[in-house]
Design a protein around this ligand. Structure first.
Ligand SMILES: [Ca+2]
Length: 507
C-alpha cells in the first residue's frame, strides 16, 4: 500500500484543467516548487502522464503549494516506502526526483521582461492607479482609503497568464499558454479523491449544521451543494490563499488578458476596504482574485454578502458560515429552484438526440421523458419535474454519462463557466448526501491541444456551425452539438464528440 499524500496532493490534483481553463491552462512558472510537486505526484501516481502532472501541479500551486512541503512530501513518502520495503518504488522515486530537478529550467517568471520594460511599466502602472481615482471617488471611496490602498499595491510579475501592453515601444511576449492535451473528462471524477473530499464534507456538514440548516431554509439551496462548492474551491479551507488581493486585481487590470473584467473588480475591492470589514492584510486571494473560503470575486461579495453566523457583518475571509451564506445567496440569485436536484442522470441512449444538448433546448421534463429519457438504476422521476424546464447535458457526447438538468445546473455554472466544474460540484454534493459515482462510465476519447481544437472549430465555423461566442479551443456544448449536426449531415454515427476520424473529414 502506498502511503497517502497529504490533503493538498490527494484532494485537489485530478480536478481542474478543463474545469477552470482560464485559470489553469497556463504554463506555470517552472520553479523548483513545481518540480518537487511533479516529483511528488509522479511518486504517488507513476502512470500519470507528463501533461497530467503539469496540470495537477498548476492546480495546486495555484493554491500556493510551497517548495518545502513538496520536498517534505517526497522525503516522507520515501521514508515510508523504505519502511515497507518497497525498494522498486524507492528507486523509481529517486529517479523521478532527480529527473524532476533536471526538467527544463524556468526563469521563475511567467514572463520574460527586461529591466527597462519593468521600470517603464511601473511608471505607467502608477499613472494607471491614479487615473482610477475619479471612479473610486464616485463609488464613495475616500481619498484616505484610496491612497492607503494604492500605496500598498505592487505589480505581481509572477502571476500566470499575463498579456503585458506595449509601453515605451516595448512589448514582452505574453505568458505562454500551456499546450496541454485535453483528454477524457473521466479523470476528474476519480472515486478516491471524490470520496475523501465527500467524507470531509460530511464532517463539515455536522460541524456547521446549525449555520447550514439556516442557510438552506433562507435560500433553498441544499446544504450539500453549498458544502460541495466550498470543497471544490478550497478543499474545505485547507488550501492556502496567499496573494494580496488588491495587488493581484490591479495587476490583472493592468497587465492581464481581461483588463475590462478586472478593473471593476479592483474598484470593488477598494469599496470593501472602505467598508473596513477586515484589515487590508486579510484581503487575500488566489492569483485570479477570488477571496475567502468559497472563493468569491469582490464584485460578487458586494452584491451577495450575507451574514451566516449572526454577528451582524459578513466576513467571508474569517467566518465559514458567512462564506457559505454568501455563496448560497449567489446561487439563489443565479436561479436556484428549491426542491429540485441539480441534474438527474439518465441512461445513455440513442433515443436521446445529443444535438439537443444545452441551455437553448430547454423543455418540460415530460418531453424528455416521452422521448425516452430513463433514469439510471431504475430511479423514479419526481412527479413535480414534469412541467419544469429541463436540459439535456452530455459532457462527453455519447462517450460518458448523460443528464437531464434543471436550472440549478446553470446556477452552479454561474460560479464557474465549465460543465465539468458543475458536474464535479454536483457529484460531490450527491456523494456528501450519501450517493456515489455516476452510473455510466467515461469512455476513452481522442485528446487535443487547445490550438488544435481551435483549428477544428475554425473549420466548423467555415462550414456554418456555431461553436460558441469565441473560438476557444475547448469542447463546450456548442462544439459538441455542432459536431453532432455535422455527423448527421455526413450520415455517420452521431456521437457529438470531435474524435480524430471525424476531424479528418472536415474540409
Ligand atoms: Ca458574520
Amino acid at each position: 500500500m502506498l502511503p497517502k499524500l497529504p490533503l493538498m496532493v490527494t484532494k485537489l490534483p485530478h480536478i481542474t484543467d478543463m474545469v477552470q481553463c482560464d485559470c489553469f491552462c497556463t504554463e506555470p512558472q517552472a520553479t523548483r516548487e513545481h518540480r518537487y510537486a511533479i516529483a511528488a505526484i509522479k511518486l504517488h501516481e507513476p502512470k500519470a502522464s507528463r501533461s497530467h502532472t503539469t496540470m495537477t501541479v498548476t492546480d495546486f500551486t495555484g493554491f500556493g503549494l510551497k517548495a518545502q512541503s513538496g520536498i517534505r512530501i517526497i522525503v516522507n513518502m520515501m521514508k515510508q516506502l523504505i519502511r515497507i520495503r518497497n525498494h522498486r518504488r524507492v528507486a523509481y522515486a529517486a529517479i523521478v526526483c532527480m529527473g524532476s530537478l533536471l526538467l527544463p529550467a524556468g526563469s521563475g517568471h511567467a514572463l520574460d521582461v527586461s529591466a527597462s520594460y519593468k521600470k517603464n511599466a511601473q511608471k505607467a502602472f502608477d499613472r494607471f492607479l491614479q487615473d482610477i481615482w475619479p471612479e473610486a471617488q464616485q463609488r464613495g471611496i475616500s481619498r484616505k482609503v484610496f491612497d492607503a490602498s494604492v500605496n500598498r499595491i505592487s505589480l505581481q510579475w509572477s502571476i500566470p497568464d499575463l498579456a503585458p501592453p506595449k509601453i515605451a515601444g516595448e512589448q514582452p511576449a505574453a505568458s505562454r499558454k500551456r499546450q496541454a492535451e485535453f483528454g477524457s473528462p473521466g479523470r476528474y471524477f476519480r472515486d478516491q479523491s471524490l470520496n475523501q473530499l465527500a467524507q470531509l464534507g460530511q464532517k463539515n456538514l455536522r460541524k456547521y449544521a446549525t449555520a447550514l440548516s439556516k442557510i438552506e431554509k433562507t435560500t433553498g439551496v441544499p446544504k450539500e451543494v453549498v458544502a460541495a462548492v466550498w470543497g471544490r474551491e478550497t478543499a474545505f479551507s485547507n488550501a492556502r490563499i496567499p496573494h494580496d488581493a488588491m495587488s493581484v486585481l490591479a495587476t490583472q487590470a493592468f497587465l492581464g488578458r481581461r483588463p475590462e473584467f478586472f478593473r471593476p473588480e479592483l474598484l470593488a475591492i477598494m469599496e470593501i476596504a472602505q467598508r473596513g470589514i477586515v484589515p487590508r492584510s486579510q484581503l487575500k486571494s488566489s492569483w485570479a482574485g477570488a477571496m475567502g473560503h468559497t472563493q468569491m470575486l469582490p464584485g460578487l461579495y458586494l452584491k451577495y454578502a450575507s451574514d451566516g453566523d449572526g454577528d451582524g457583518k459578513s466576513d467571508i475571509w474569517n467566518s465559514i458560515p458567512d462564506a457559505l451564506a454568501t455563496t448560497a445567496a449567489f446561487l439563489k440569485a443565479s436561479g436556484w429552484k428549491s426542491g429540485l436536484s441539480w441534474a438527474y442522470e439518465v441512461q445513455q441512449s440513442s433515443k436521446l438526440d445529443c444535438t439537443l444538448e444545452g441551455p437553448d433546448e430547454g423543455r418540460p421534463a415530460a418531453q424528455w421523458i416521452a422521448a425516452g429519457a430513463t433514469r439510471v438504476a431504475g430511479r423514479k422521476w419526481p412527479a413535480r419535474l414534469n412541467d419544469i424546464k429541463s436540459y439535456l447535458i452530455m459532457p462527453a457526447g455519447r462517450f460518458g454519462p448523460a443528464f437531464i438538468a434543471t436550472d440549478n445546473y446553470y446556477a452552479i455554472k454561474n460560479y464557474n463557466e465549465s460543465d465539468l466544474y458543475v458536474l464535479y460540484v454536483g457529484n460531490l454534493a450527491d456523494r456528501i448526501a450519501g450517493g456515489g459515482a455516476f452510473n455510466t462510465g467515461w469512455r476513452k476519447v481522442d485528446t487535443f491541444t487547445r490550438p488544435a481544437m481551435k483549428e477544428v472549430q475554425t473549420k466548423m465555423v467555415r462550414l456554418g456551425y456555431n461553436v460558441g461566442d469565441t473560438i476557444d479551443g475547448l469542447i463546450g456544448f456548442r462544439t459538441r452539438t455542432a459536431t453532432g449536426m455535422h455527423q448527421k449531415k455526413l450520415g455517420v454515427r452521431v456521437d457529438c464528440w470531435p474524435n480524430k476520424p471525424f476531424i479528418a473529414r472536415l474540409k
